[in-house]
Each structure stands twice: as C-alpha cells, then as structure tokens.
Design a protein around this ligand. Structure first.
Ligand SMILES: *Cc1c(COP(=O)(O)O)cnc(C)c1O
Length: 423
C-alpha cells in the first residue's frame, strides 16, 4: 500500500477502517488534559473491554445470591466455567477444542507443560531457547533443568542474534537445532519476541525439531491475539500464553495451554495432577477412587477448580475477537497500522530513530521496537509527557504496539509527529 505523510491520509484510513467502531468497546485511559492517551501499551496490558464489568458483576451477583449453588446454576455454571472459554480461545490459535485449556498463569502453565514434555535422558537432555527470552521463561526453564539434577550451563542452548544484529536469523536457529539434534529434548521459543517484536518462522523451527524427535513448544504471550496461528496443523507439541496483553482480559487474567491432540488424548503421559484434571465422573469420589484418571484432553492438565472472577473478563474479551470476525481481519488492519507507523518513522523520524523489529511484515506482529539514537530515556519521558503510553527497555529501546482493536491511524500519525518534535 502507498502511504502518505499527510494528516488527511491518516484520517481517511480511519474513515475506511471496517474495524474502526471497535475502539468504542474499550475504556481509554486519559492523560492530565482528560484526553485519551495514545495507548501503545497493549503488549503489556491490553485495555479494558467495557463489557468486562458486566460479566464480572454477574458472577459476583451469582455468588451473592446463590452461594455454593452457583457451581451448578443456570447461565454459565462455575463447575464447567472453563468450557465457555475453550472454543473462542481455540479459534484464535488454530487449535481443536480438545487441545485447549484456560487455567493458571503463563509461567505456571510453562512449568506444567515442561513437567510432561521435558523428560531428560542421559543422551537427550538439552533445551533450546532464544536470547533474549522473557526473564520469567528463562527462570522457569533453568529451574526445570536444575529440578532434574542437571546444570543449565551445559544444558541450555541459546540462539542469539549475530554480532551487531538485533534479531535471530531463522537459519541460525535451524543450524543450532541440527547441530544439537541428537541431544536436544525440547525447543521452547517465544513465538513473537517480547523485546524485538520478531515473529519466528514457527513452521521451520517445528519441522527442524521434529526431524530429530525433539519436542517443539512455544510461548505465545506476544503472539496470541496478535498474529494468526495454526497450532494443530503445524503439529506444535505444546504452547502456553497469558491473556492480559493482546487478549485484553485484565491484570493477571487466566492464562492458557495448548497440548496437541496426539498428546492430549494420551492419558498415560506423566503430569502434575489435581482434582480438576480428573475425569469429572469420578472427581468427587475421592475416597473411593484415589487413583488419578486424567481427562483425555487438555483438561487433563487442569489442577484446581476454575478461578471464576479472573476468567469472567476473558469471556468478554474473547467475544470481541469473535465479533470482529476472528484474527484474520484484525491481522489485516494490524499489518497496515504497523506498516504505516514504520513508513512514518522512516520518512520523518529516521535521523533520530531506527527499528530493530524486522522490516518484513511476515516476521513481526503489531509491535515496533524503536532504537533511539540519542538521549533515549529522555525521549521516552517526553513521549509520556505528551500523552503517549509506550515503554522503555534499557538501554535505548522504546517499544510501541499499535493494536487493531482500539488504536487508530491518526494516533499513529500523531505519535510520529510527537516523536519528531522532541529531542
Ligand atoms: C508477559 C510474558 C510472561 C509473563 O508471565 P506471567 O506468568 O503471566 O507473569 C511470560 N513470558 C513472556 C514471553 C511474556 O511476554
């Protein structure tokens, strides 16, 4: 698409935007002048859907009026509340319903998945990750390794950007998998890198891993609700995600896990269990049947009864994705929105900033990571003072994530103006 630096061009894109009305469905945080901030922080915490309040209040009312009986009351009974989330979540990641369970938080789910899929042997015990990975993932993976009595220094294999590059070349990651093909047990990569915004070539990574009998797992924290995924067809072994970033389900919202059907239905797989992973027919006969009988689906990894109040907003936010027609129309707008931001930064901002996010739209989601050439911290402070919500990563990177559900082309235009006016 041909972009233009003219303000009217941005306004015209907003008029033509078929998803423009979705902004109304969200509460927009305001700055000191009571005007909405340019909220480019959806990669940290997505905005609150207006519909979330009602869904949460319904459950507070159910609790008030019904007490324990709300577990089996009409509407969405608490006992099976997670089932209401399964299909909309599965649609977003290209999964079959049997492969999805919404539960816990991301890092907890990563540990649960590793408990099943990381079964190191004498000959096959290594784990490959990307660097830099999100700190929590690194803590989880390193402690998994230590938990098995191994030493991370000769167990963790890291794929890194080349010297003076910011993103990791797919070929370098594939070569690393090939090189360690006989002793890698698991490849666990953040599908979209939190720092650079790079979207990895998942299909190539999966193919390379599977060629050597290696498990391929992904952290979708920055991918779900951002890019289209086909986890089932791609044969991903497992995946985990959180729901408070692009899914807009609120702080600490209930997270999710994907277990491929070929594993999910295998009740013999080892796991860390609790009563809600047990066959519902025998779940309450705890004194009669002390043996754990897992549900033959991703539900078999559920441990505790579902936390209703942190699941309720996720119902509201997933409904918005369905109303919008799923991830494809959102991705179409997102590609344009982020492409427009890239165009403006290149046209009018290139003296001050450059991008470390890949230029190829197929290799990124909505986020651009901007490298500020001079006074990066002050630049970020001035952006904030001018009403922009974006974040700063030491030493010199500003991350901005225009999202297709609630950001506008005119906001992207204004952001670029603010950026060139300062520093
Ligand atoms: C946001 C994020 C997390 C957060 O983990 P929680 O368990 O939800 O606190 C983990 N990993 C990645 C890659 C993230 O981007």
């Amino acid at each position: 698409m041909q972009f233009s630096v003219e303000e009217n061009f941005a306004r015209q894109l907003d008029i033509e935007d078929p998803l423009g009305s979705y902004r109304e469905k969200f509460h927009l945080p305001c700055g000191k002048n009571a005007k909405p901030l340019i909220y480019f922080g959806g990669n940290s915490l997505g905005l609150m859907p207006k519909s979330a309040r009602q869904v949460v209040e319904e459950e507070l009312d159910n609790w008030a009026k019904l007490g324990v009986d709300a577990h089996h009351a009409a509407g969405t009974p608490w006992y099976s509340y997670h089932e209401a989330l399964r299909e909309p979540a599965a649609r977003l990641i290209g999964a079959r319903p049997v492969e999805v369970i919404c539960m816990n938080s991301l890092t907890v789910n990563l540990h649960l998945m590793m408990a099943t899929f990381y079964r190191p042997t004498k000959s096959r015990f290594k784990i490959l990750m990307e660097e830099p990975a999100f700190p929590s993932d690194t803590y989880a993976i390193k402690t998994q390794i230590i938990h098995h009595g191994l030493d991370p220094t000769d167990t963790l294999v890291l794929a890194r950007p080349r010297k003076s590059e910011f993103t990791i070349r797919t070929e370098d990651m594939i070569n690393l998998i090939e090189k360690h093909g006989h002793d890698l047990a698991v490849v666990m990569v953040g599908a979209v890198n939190f720092f650079t915004g790079q979207l990895f070539d998942l299909e190539k990574i999966i193919a390379a891993a599977h060629k050597h009998g290696i498990i391929a797992g992904f952290d979708l924290a920055h991918a779900i609700g951002n890019i289209p995924l086909s986890l089932h067809d791609w044969n991903v072994d497992f995946a985990v995600w959180c729901s408070y970033k692009y899914l807009n389900a609120g702080p600490g919202a209930i997270a999710g896990a994907f277990v491929h059907e070929r594993h999910a239905t295998n009740t013999r797989l080892p796991r860390l269990a609790g009563w809600f992973g047990n066959d519902p027919n025998t779940r309450f006969r705890l004194h009669l049947e002390p043996d754990f009988i897992p549900v033959a689906s991703a539900d078999g990894w559920q441990i505790s009864n579902p936390p209703i109040l942190s699941m309720a907003p996720l119902r509201a936010s997933l409904a918005i994705f369905d109303q919008a027609g799923g991830i494809d129309p959102l991705r179409a707008k997102s590609t344009k929105l982020t492409g427009y931001l890239e165009f403006l930064l290149t046209e009018i901002g290139s003296k001050k900033v450059s991008l470390i996010t890949p230029r190829d739209p197929h290799r990124r989601g909505c986020q651009l990571s901007i490298l500020a050439h001079q006074h990066p911290k002050q630049l970020h402070e001035e952006l904030v003072a001018a009403g922009v919500k974006c974040d700063f990563r030491e030493p010199d990177v500003i991350r901005v994530a225009p999202t297709p559900l609630y950001n506008t082309f005119h906001e992207v235009w204004r952001f670029a103006q603010i950026l060139v006016e300062h520093r």
